[in-house]
Design a protein around this ligand. Structure first.
Ligand SMILES: [Mg+2]
Length: 469
């Protein structure tokens, strides 16, 4: 790196935006804005908890009042309930989180072109060249924070500094709804007194090792001998010593512009733990993606598969086609191969297929010596199926593998997605009525009439009548 570039990077203005109790805030804001809710989950002891039956009941996010009971993310619902028997539990809704995250990133892009989504609820923003448009860095940060709250209904913390590490440390100071600065000159006052476990990149194991070496605070780590540290912790020793001293030259990496393409994704009503089931879900997604490509008379040159695991971590993997295609079985075959190459064996909660490098449709294709499929036949078959579905509805014809299956044979897509996210009670939400007993009356009152009716129906109760929920 040239000296000039180093100087530029030392004088940057970097923000780190972090949604406060993201999953819980998003659910709370959604209930208030779209479900006719009056009670705010954030103001009561509440938590987003994994499905009791399928996900072993883990707390995924908690409200601040719940935190006061000592409830921690990652502990079991059983443990949490022991600490606070009146804890209100709501199930996770990944579709909602994705929408909230996308809306957040969109607002951030109004303030800078250089936005790096860091996780579903965090982003770095390089404000170096645009900050002057909004006043001082603190004023700009306040403005972003207020706008997010006004438009989207949830609060964030904004950390302000000259690099990513310090901005991230700053956003973690007192919560919620705060702007904090952590400029290099503030490090010794604001960061050094903190326990070493609070430093980014220092996990439980490393902080244990450091404590055994007599290093308890970030300040003590900063003042330790870097060569000695490297001798013990190798490369990580070097990195955390630099972090403790507030040194980080890494750039904010703006996400490349969303690829023009066709894709669909689906949250599966249960955890997928075997390849055969994953293949079936991928087939259902291939059906809808390929159908959209054909409807627009285009073909895709690249297909990618995205996997969201039950712990919400995400991986994706892509591959190009020898011949661009919009044939369902060709997309499916490649998707299955991609899945096998990247799946780590952990339970899968959400699958996606995305196609890119879109081009106009050709009814002929370049012969491929290794291609044994009869393209003309597949092309005509898909065309016939499309016409039947166009005339008689998408459920008029389906593949036999979907018979007696809980998987929607046409997964993803706007109409079905909308139905499953916004209106009907999905299979996975059936755990709701088990948990309803734990929701106080005031909150149930807040749930709109229509939704209540659906809950009743799903719980096997008549839609009308005196509520016993
Ligand atoms: Mg957060």
């Amino acid at each position: 790196m040239k000296l000039q570039e180093v100087n530029i990077r030392l004088n940057r203005i970097i923000f780190h935006i972090d949604v406060n109790s993201a999953f819980l805030s998003w659910e709370a804001a959604y209930r208030l804005a779209y479900r006719g809710g009056r009670a705010d989950l954030r103001e009561m002891a509440s938590a987003v908890g994994g499905d009791v039956a399928l996900r072993h009941g883990i707390i995924l996010a908690k409200s601040i009042p719940a935190k006061r009971y000592g409830i921690q993310t990652g502990e079991t619902i059983w443990e949490a309930k022991k600490k606070c028997p009146e804890l209100v539990l709501v199930p996770p809704d990944y579709g909602l989180y994705e929408k909230c995250s996308a809306a957040l990133m969109e607002i951030l892009r109004d303030y800078s072109d250089v936005v790096e989504p860091y996780s579903i609820d965090e982003a770095f923003v390089d404000m170096s060249t645009s900050c002057h448009l909004f006043g001082t860095p603190e004023k700009a940060a306040e403005q972003i924070k207020e706008r997010i709250y006004r438009t989207l209904g949830f609060t964030v913390n904004v950390g302000v500094s000259s690099n990513k590490l310090l901005a991230k440390m700053a956003s973690d100071f007192q919560k919620p709804d705060r702007v904090h600065t952590l400029y290099p000159e503030e490090i010794c006052e604001k960061m050094w007194p903190l326990p070493v476990s609070d430093l980014f990149f220092v996990g439980r194991v490393t902080s244990g090792k450091l404590r055994s070496m007599g290093i308890r605070t970030i300040g003590e780590l900063a003042k330790s001998d870097p060569a000695w540290l490297k001798g013990i912790l190798k490369k990580q020793g070097e990195v955390i010593w630099a972090f403790a001293n507030g040194i980080d030259l890494s750039p904010v990496l703006a996400e490349p512009e969303a690829n023009k393409g066709y894709g669909n994704s689906t949250t599966i009503p249960f955890d997928v733990t075997d390849e055969e089931t994953a293949d079936r879900v991928l087939l259902a997604l291939s059906e809808t993606v390929a159908h959209r490509l054909r409807a627009d008379h285009v073909q895709a040159g690249v297909v990618s598969v995205g996997i969201r695991y039950a712990d919400f971590s995400y991986v994706s993997h892509q591959r190009g086609f020898y011949n661009p295609t919009n044939i369902t079985t060709e997309i499916h075959k490649t998707a299955c191969r991609l899945f096998r190459e990247v799946w780590n064996g952990m339970p899968v909660r959400h699958l996606a297929i995305h196609t890119t490098r879109i081009d106009g449709e050709e009814s002929w294709r370049q012969g491929d010596f290794f291609d044994s499929s009869d393209y003309g036949k597949l092309f005509r078959l898909d065309g016939a199926v499309d016409r039947i579905r166009d005339c008689f509805g998408i459920d008029s014809v389906k593949r036999a593998v979907f018979l007696n299956q809980p998987i929607d044979h046409m997964s993803g897509g706007i109409s079905r997605e909308k139905r499953s996210v916004d209106d009907s009670l999905r299979e996975e939400d059936r755990s709701w009525h088990l948990e309803l007993a734990s929701i106080p009356g005031s909150l149930l009152e807040a749930v709109s009439g229509e939704y209540k009716k659906r809950l009743r129906v799903s719980a096997g109760l008549p839609a009308q009548g005196k509520s016993c929920l």
